[in-house]
Design a protein around this ligand. Structure first.
Ligand code: ADP
Ligand code: MG
Length: 433
């Protein structure tokens, strides 16, 4: 168990510089933030730091500048939004390391926030350069990581830095992700069901192999179901299929057998002759389609959503579960004509949440589907913010950004009050006077 920020005492935090790594990788239209969910999500952690007298120094990445300064990817719009949301002075710097940054960190006062420049402007971030990590660490004594979405990367600001700060703990967002994807799923209330969809088996092999051993029921939907169907000898027409994954599909089918897991594949499918990916179709178009038995799709048809029988079965299985983890849409939900299966699953999961079932959703496109259907995240037990990170977590991997956080240890708390940051405080006094 990692140490949570909420376990630190006021005496640990008061008047102390705290580096907070967040994921403010928000979508931008020019210099306008089009969705500030990620900034809002970090507010509880920031508020907690401010209320306990800590002085937050915030680090984030934005976009993919690849180790160079990209003017359009400076964090200025984020600084402004952060100031509005926290009602606190945000001092935004144009650098993340160097003498100016050091000076600003020493001059920082309580109830102020220091926001460093886009950390990915520096090549040392992604290469996890030790000197770069050390220089960052020297701005503070405590490190808090709230960037779950970046925790599967061993970067300087997500991993290397923890080699040098006195303490490294998990922020509120990070703690919630770990609790939901970790302990809730490690000891799930049963029946425990996983719904795995999306286009390709290849991107989800490990998660499938991991979950098939843990769940009572494994539901496969989306494009990857056709590779499973073909592996069992079905005719799948023009439906998406990874021929190099047929053996993997068989392996997962066998694992399900070995572990007594019910493996559920779609019985019927909604298919079309139209090539909806050709660019000739709008997502709102009504595309002509037919329903087929999933094992007998004519050669000129492509399956794009689960059929009505399957939809009914999936919903029923969700209703009978107490814990459901869902990753990957069960159809090409981007097109209204093939969104019905995914929407039915999303609504059934919402209903299960209302009946106090545990529902955990991860995956970038799955979250995009919820947004399309205008179902709020609050409708579920947990909607993970980390696409790649949540997938790796579900695969059972240890995330480097999590492994480097300290383990909860009672003794730390006793010695903590006398922790020696007197030098640091003296330095601050020097700058102030
Ligand atoms: P997530 O991001 O939630 O993990 P994936 O990236 O694995 O999900 O897969 C999402 C994509 O899978 C969506 O763009 C969706 O259109 C596609 N998909 C779902 N069903 C099918 C299908 N039957 N044929 C082709 N693509 C599909
Ligand atoms: Mg995706």
């Amino acid at each position: 168990m990692v140490t949570k920020l909420s376990e630190l005492k006021k005496t640990d935090l008061e008047n102390t510089n705290v580096i907070l790594r967040v994921d403010f990788n928000v979508p931008l239209n020019g210099q306008t933030i089009t969705d500030d969910t990620r900034i809002q999500a970090a507010i509880p952690t920031i508020k907690f730091l401010l209320e306990n007298g800590a002085k937050p120094i915030i680090i984030s990445h934005l976009g993919r500048p690849k180790g160079k300064v990209v003017e359009e990817l400076r964090l200025n719009p984020i600084a402004q939004r952060l100031e509005e949301l926290t009602q606190t002075t945000v001092i935004k710097l144009d650098e993340a390391v160097g003498p100016e940054v050091k000076k600003a960190s020493l001059a920082l006062k309580q109830q102020q926030i220091l926001l460093l420049e886009n950390i990915r402007f520096y090549p040392g971030e992604e290469t996890n350069d030790a000197n770069f990590a050390k220089e960052l660490s020297e701005l503070a004594t405590i490190y808090v990581n709230d960037a779950f979405g970046a925790a599967h990367r061993a970067h300087a600001s997500t991993q290397g830095i923890t080699n040098y700060t006195q303490r490294a703990v998990a922020g509120f967002l990070m703690s919630k992700e770990l609790e939901m994807l970790g302990s809730k799923l490690a000891n799930p209330e049963r029946p425990f069901t996983a719904i795995i969809g999306g286009s390709k088996i290849s991107s989800k092999i490990t998660v499938l192999k991991n979950l098939v051993k843990k769940v009572d029921t494994l539901i496969i939907g989306g494009g990857m179901a056709f590779t499973f169907a073909k592996a069992q000898g079905a005719s799948i027409g023009k439906s998406i299929c990874e021929d190099d994954q047929l053996e993997t599909a068989r392996e997962i089918i066998n694992l399900a057998d070995d572990f007594d897991t019910a493996l559920i594949l779609p019985k019927d499918t909604i298919a079309t002759k139209a090539n909806i990916f050709s660019g000739d179709f709008k997502e709102t178009d009504i595309v002509e389609s037919e329903i087929f038995n999933a094992k007998e799709i004519p050669s000129d048809y492509e399956g794009l959503d689960i059929g009505p029988e399957t939809q009914k079965q999936f919903v029923q299985l969700i209703n009978q579960s107490r814990t459901v983890v869902w990753n990957g849409p069960v159809g090409v939900f981007e097109f209204d004509s093939f969104a019905s299966g995914t929407k039915a699953c999303a609504l059934a999961l919402k209903e299960l949440t209302q009946k106090e079932g545990v529902t955990i959703i991860g995956g970038g496109d799955s979250v995009a589907a919820l947004e399309k259907f205008q179902i709020t995240k609050e409708s579920y037990t947990h909607v993970s913010t980390g696409g790649g990170a949540s997938l790796e977590f579900l695969e059972g991997k240890t995330l480097p950004g999590v492994a480097c956080l300290e383990n909860y240890n009672e003794d730390d708390y006793q010695t903590n009050e006398s922790k020696d940051d007197s030098n640091f405080k003296k330095e601050i006094e020097k700058v102030r006077t």
